[in-house]
Ligand binder design. Structure first.
Ligand SMILES: [Zn+2]
Length: 409
């Protein structure tokens, strides 16, 4: 019993010293996960503020951890309820055994007094019988009995006294048996109490460990809920501003596309509008695509947003090459796109095709300039609504944004 108690203590202490390390519980893992997500978000939504990206990443991380944390907290609560129940039950059993012990002790004490009384009574009856019978000794009594003297005489009185004494002696031995039995029960109950005390102590330790664990799990869950709520509040606070900013970018995008389209129409009117062989090349060959063209749900506004080009992960200062032969329609600062170069490639398979190169540190060409495929037209950067060095490359087909990849691969 004592040994088992020792083991329980060790387990309880270990639980306190070594917090349960479930997957993802390591704060360093959490941080690097959030950092990775921030990078991802900023690639997915160029121009997304880093602090906001972090808030979104933290919200997502909290949402991901929430179900496990809820389950763990519920489980710990259940374990605590069970431990409390066990503790209560052990305490009740101990009290009941202690009451039984008290009752037995009283019974034994009362019994002992009873035995003393019977003993005294038997002795008194004996003495009185002898005194009343006139028989002065056991021998004289035996002699009288042997001679068959009348029952009305002294021997008769002795006989009745002996029967009375016998009853007393019977009572005495009965009481002795009861007391012996009670002594045995008392010894059993005393042993039981000793065991119950050990078990009750174990139950208390287990309950305390369960309380610590339940509190820890509840705290963790609350931390996650608080983090999620805080993040959502920040996101909500920034929604209107972000919507306005995105709207501004969209207007700029449409305005620039319209300008290019007007220019193209003018050229089409003039007749011949073909500059190259109709084949375009990758302007950042050898660099990875970090964000493809397409629609995606914005994490702050919750609205669909078009990523109007393909992003290439080029470091700042990298020379950017014209995708094909053409004429520079525009080169210079444009706001959200930063330093932008637009090159018209004329008609390709019946459509007017233009390419754009954005977020440059520097532009190396000017409007109206003719370029050949592969000419350096700009130096990459992170100007405008951009949070890291990259090239945002677009293809415009008849003034509309399309996926550039089929044109350059
Ligand atoms: Zn982009």
């Amino acid at each position: 019993m004592k040994r088992r108690l020792g083991l329980v203590i060790t387990a309880a202490v270990l639980t306190v010293i070594l917090p349960v390390t479930s997957a993802g519980a390591n704060p360093r893992d959490d941080k690097s996960k959030v950092d990775d997500r921030v990078k991802e978000l900023q690639q997915e939504f160029e121009g997304l503020d880093e602090d906001l990206a972090r808030v979104i990443a933290e919200r997502d991380a909290a949402e991901e951890k929430l179900p496990d944390a809820e389950a763990a907290s519920d489980k710990a609560d259940d374990a605590l309820a069970e431990a409390i129940e066990k503790d209560d039950a052990m305490a009740a059993r101990l009290t009941s055994a202690q009451n039984a012990q008290k009752e037995l002790k009283t019974s034994i004490k009362d019994g002992a007094e009873e035995i003393e009384k019977h003993k005294t009574s038997a002795a008194r009856i004996g003495r009185q019988a002898y005194q009343n019978s006139g028989i002065t000794s056991d021998l004289a009594m035996l002699l009288q009995m042997a001679e068959g003297t009348s029952a009305d005489g002294g021997i008769g009185r002795v006989d009745s006294a002996v029967r009375s004494q016998q009853r007393t002696i019977d009572n005495l031995s009965e009481q002795r048996a009861v007391n012996e039995n009670n002594e045995e029960r008392l010894s059993g109950v005393t042993d039981e109490i000793s065991d119950l005390k050990d078990e009750a102590a174990e139950a208390v330790l287990a309950k305390e460990a369960a309380q610590v664990d339940a509190k820890k799990k509840a705290d963790k869950l609350n931390d996650i809920i608080t983090a999620k709520d805080d993040a959502e509040e920040t996101i909500s606070d920034n929604k209107a501003e972000t919507e306005a900013q995105l709207q501004k970018e969209k207007e700029e995008q449409d305005r620039l596309a319209k300008k290019v389209r007007e220019w193209e129409k003018e050229q089409e009117k003039k007749g011949k509008f073909v500059y190259g062989d109709g084949e375009l090349a990758n302007p950042a060959k050898g660099y990875p695509t970090t964000s493809p063209f397409g629609y995606r749900i914005h994490p702050i506004t919750g609205a669909k947003k078009l990523h109007s080009g393909t992003d290439f992960g080029v470091p700042c200062g990298t020379p950017i090459h014209a995708a094909g032969d053409g004429v520079v329609v525009g080169a210079g600062w444009t706001g959200g796109y930063g330093n932008r170069v637009v090159v018209s490639h004329g008609k390709i398979e019946g459509d007017s095709i233009a390419s754009t190169y954005n977020h440059n540190t520097k532009v190396k060409v000017h409007a109206g300039q003719k370029v050949k495929k592969g000419d350096v037209i700009s130096i990459s950067g992170t100007t405008g609504a951009s949070t890291g060095c990259h090239l945002h490359f677009e293809i415009m087909k008849n003034g509309g944004y399309v996926d550039p990849m089929p044109y350059i691969s």
